[in-house]
Design a binder for this molecule. Sequence first.
Ligand code: GLN
Length: 303
Amino acid sequence: MEMPTDNFRADKKIAGPPMTAAGFLSMVRERLSAAGIEEAAAESWILLEWIFGLDRASYYMDPQFVLPEEKMKEAEEVLLKRERRVPLQYLMGICEFMGLTFHVDERVLIPRQDTECLVELALSIMEHEKKEREPGRKPQVLDLCTGSGCIGISIGKLFKGSEITLSDISGDALSVAGMNAENLGVAVDQVRSDLFDELGGSFDYILSNPPYIPSAVIDTLMPEVRDHEPRPALDGKEDGLAFYRRIVHEAKEHLYPGGWLLLEIGMDQGMSLLDLLEKEGYIQTGIKKDLAGLDRIAVGRKK
Ligand code: GLN
């Protein structure tokens, strides 16, 4: 009888026994929980569907379905990265925002659901002001610190006839934003600029979700954010307010009379922002809460 060679044994070991869909789900759940990931169960379903194309309905028809061996290597690579706490959105390369699919990678912050509040508020003000606008005059919108472009591109997509400028200090972020604008069929102007430094012209709406986390707090955040999202997109310097001070001051030069400044803020920054906006002479200032009831948007209007 022919004896198995060492080679044969080595191959066997790499390939491992056939993996069923049910086996995959429990293996992923276990490994991700051990890595400290809270949503391990939900993520196991997402990975099963993304890597193997098996949604829940197909899974329940045959939980013992044997997964194709040729995909197991890819699955293992993804899992290893996720165990190292690379955010799922970066691994998949996409993130949903305002019902639209944005490409994301480590060059940009992952769009958050909280930021949808900013977009929704902007859309409702724009809609409200539609009647007052001179016929044919298109609302000019600036998304400052655009990152993936999620704010400006969503407005461009959802408010017909708006003219969108996307700006960021990072050329890498602008590449991602440009790709997203193209994929979603939204025409945008792009300006690489440190806040307003390179921006000419005036706008009716200036929207921004600038970096606002105090530097010292960043190291206490979850590893996905702390180790993988771009630090310059998070870091609001010592007290977290550095960018707001500049934006609130400089935006006045770039807003038309009656133009609006809408800023996403951290839940404990509402009072500081109201103070800043009022000191700089903005009117109709206010703070809007997010769905969780936390302060999330600061608003002011140029006289
Ligand atoms: N505007 C982008 C967002 O809201 C990026 C914000 C940032 O990088 N601070 O997700």
